[in-house]
Design a binder for this molecule. Structure first.
Ligand SMILES: [Zn+2]
Length: 570
């Protein structure tokens, strides 16, 4: 058995002291710390937080070891049956995927900070926490007599825990599964409202899949006093970081529902229906996959759609979420240059930052819209009998529960077998290609009685001059995005230029008002760029930029549209 112990000797230093006792058989063993965490497909390089790494035998005699790469150590075991690995982990970051310690809590995501050897990866794991006896532990791990247990290292790495004196919990049942909702931090939960809504979307998701992959599930909510919005999926739990506290059951409540429904859907899609390239996970390096449009795209689409299907969101509330995705799609010029499949592969490079302007797209946004298109195309092809739900259900039973990874070819074949139609065009032109899909979206919205509309952007700077900006501390306007072919770009302005005057008039948090006022005049823009003051003349371009997109129900839906809507939203 592998044994871990966690203690925080001096909470204000934020170092967690970790000891791992690991059985060994050979003269030499290799110790790994994960380089990334599932759910975030980029390197996390967690070893940067490891300090004072030591290896001894059980009698505390030091053993020789050598670090052979950033997160791998080779140890001479000198005939020992067990080795003791001890180190301190700096735990100062608090988000849904991190590890954090202070005087109020010990929050551990084991994939950040637990070492392992390949020989003992399948051995059971025992975890001891040296914490105040007034604290509780929120986790999906089995807990008994003050210790926690994982079946093996894979379960350990997938099972975060929060030990704290501020935990609150309620539970509900759905289809024979117990769901625990935990809150840590400053928060006053409206339990009645929450349980009613969670019950509804949980019932609805499980009903579509026919069964839930695990027997018990935990929502671990980290409520923060400041602005936060982040969720990470695990097989038997999710961690959600949300704040500020006072908005969680106010303006952020729909975000709490949205992220919770999304993470629940991941229990099937990604934790059980997993890309073949990640079966099993290789924690030591990048696991490249083009399937981000399935993992995150379908989950983004279904997470929100299930809130509508279950009656938690009305159509208008659901379409608000869809409109956000549509706007992101149309605002991103990267859609003309890089496919969603290529962007998925590249999450390992820069998937979670804006990156080079116009280089790539979001697997969440493009994947969500393509999932909608696929859903409607399936409904159309099967006379409203089957949608994307059916594809996911079959992938769950035929791949997920069988322990088989899903390849792109498997996904495509499953769509084709449910719909009895060719998925070639969508797959080649839109998933692997960069062909614009506005007309296809319009067609699919029309099928369910919705209408895609667009209106000019109200901001003069964005709508007429083709740039977006942020006000600087001295009242200037810093250019943050430019539309290709817009006056700002054609006139020679650069990203991060700070506009300080327009036609010789000083800008004081009013660049938009001045531009609008000077609408019929030639516009000379004075900017600070890298410490230099420069002036540019913007050319006239007679068109609109950054149009506002939204989708609305058509006024008088016809019979087929009513039937389409009914099939889609149920
Ligand atoms: Zn997700």
């Amino acid at each position: 058995m592998v044994k871990f112990s966690f203690s925080v000797p001096q909470p204000n230093t934020q170092y967690i002291h970790i000891e791992a006792t690991i059985p060994v058989k050979e003269e030499q063993t290799t110790i790994h710390l994960p380089a990334w965490r599932p759910g975030r497909y980029e390197l996390g390089n967690f070893a940067k937080n490891v300090w004072n790494f030591k290896v001894t035998d059980v009698n505390q005699n030091g053993l020789e070891f050598q670090k052979i790469n950033k997160d791998t150590w080779e140890v001479e075991t000198s005939g020992s049956k067990e080795i003791l690995v001890s180190y301190n982990y700096y735990a100062s970051e608090l988000n849904a995927g991190s590890t954090f310690a202070d005087k109020d809590q010990l929050y551990v995501n084991p994939v950040n900070c637990c070492v392992f050897t390949k020989e003992t990866f399948n051995d059971p794991v025992e975890i001891t926490l040296d914490i105040s006896d007034k604290w509780e532990v929120a986790t999906s791990l089995e807990s008994k007599d003050g210790k926690c247990y994982a079946e093996n290292t894979e379960e350990l790495l997938d099972s975060p825990f929060i030990a704290s004196g501020m935990l609150q919990r309620e539970s509900y049942e759905s289809h024979g599964v117990t769901f625990h909702v935990w809150f840590n931090g400053i928060v006053k939960p409206d339990w009645e409202r929450l349980i009613k809504d969670f019950q509804a979307f949980t019932d609805s998701q499980i009903a579509k899949f026919a069964e839930f992959p695990v027997k018990e599930y935990h929502y671990l909510n980290q409520i923060l006093p400041y602005k936060a919005y982040h969720g990470v999926e695990h097989t038997k739990s999710t961690v959600i970081a949300l704040g500020p506290s006072y908005e969680v059951f106010g303006s952020l409540y729909k975000e709490l529902l949205g992220v919770s429904s999304h993470e629940l859907y991941h229990t099937w899609n990604v934790k059980t229906i997993r890309p073949a390239e990640m079966m099993p996970y290789d924690f030591t390096k990048e696991n490249y996959s083009p399937l981000g449009y399935l993992c995150e795209g379908v989950t983004t689409y279904m997470g929100d759609l299930f809130l509508h299907k279950s009656g938690v969101f009305n159509l208008e509330q659901y379409l608000d979420e869809m409109n956000t995705q549509l706007q992101r799609h149309f605002d991103n010029q990267g859609r003309f240059h890089y496919s969603v499949a290529e962007s998925s592969f590249d999450t390992w490079l820069d998937g979670y930052v804006a990156g080079a302007p116009g280089r790539k797209v979001s697997i969440y946004t493009e994947g969500c819209l393509l999932a909608f298109i696929t859903d409607v195309k399936l409904l159309e092809a099967t006379k409203n009998k089957y949608g994307l739900d059916e594809v996911m259900k079959r992938l769950f039973f035929q791949f997920g529960l069988e322990g088989k990874g899903v390849s792109e070819a498997d996904y495509k074949a499953m769509v084709e077998s449910v719909g009895k139609f060719s998925f070639d065009e969508i797959f080649n032109d839109y998933i692997h290609g960069t062909k614009p899909f506005e007309s296809l979206l319009t067609y699919c919205f029309d099928y369910v009685g919705l209408e895609l509309q667009h209106q000019p952007e109200e901001s003069y700077a964005a709508g007429r001059l083709g740039f977006k900006y942020l006000n600087s501390s001295r009242g200037g306007a810093i250019i943050k995005a430019m539309y290709p072919g817009g006056p700002a770009e054609l006139g020679g302005l650069m990203l991060d230029d700070e506009i300080v005057a327009v036609n010789g008039l000083e800008v004081k948090n009013n660049v938009n008002e001045w531009f609008k006022y000077l609408d019929d005049e030639q516009k000379e823009v004075t900017v600070f760029r890298g410490g230099k003051l420069l002036t540019f003349t913007l050319p006239e371009v007679n068109r609109y930029f950054y149009n506002k997109y939204s989708v609305k129900p058509v006024k008088d839906p016809n019979g087929p549209q009513k039937a389409g809507m009914k099939a889609w939203a149920n």
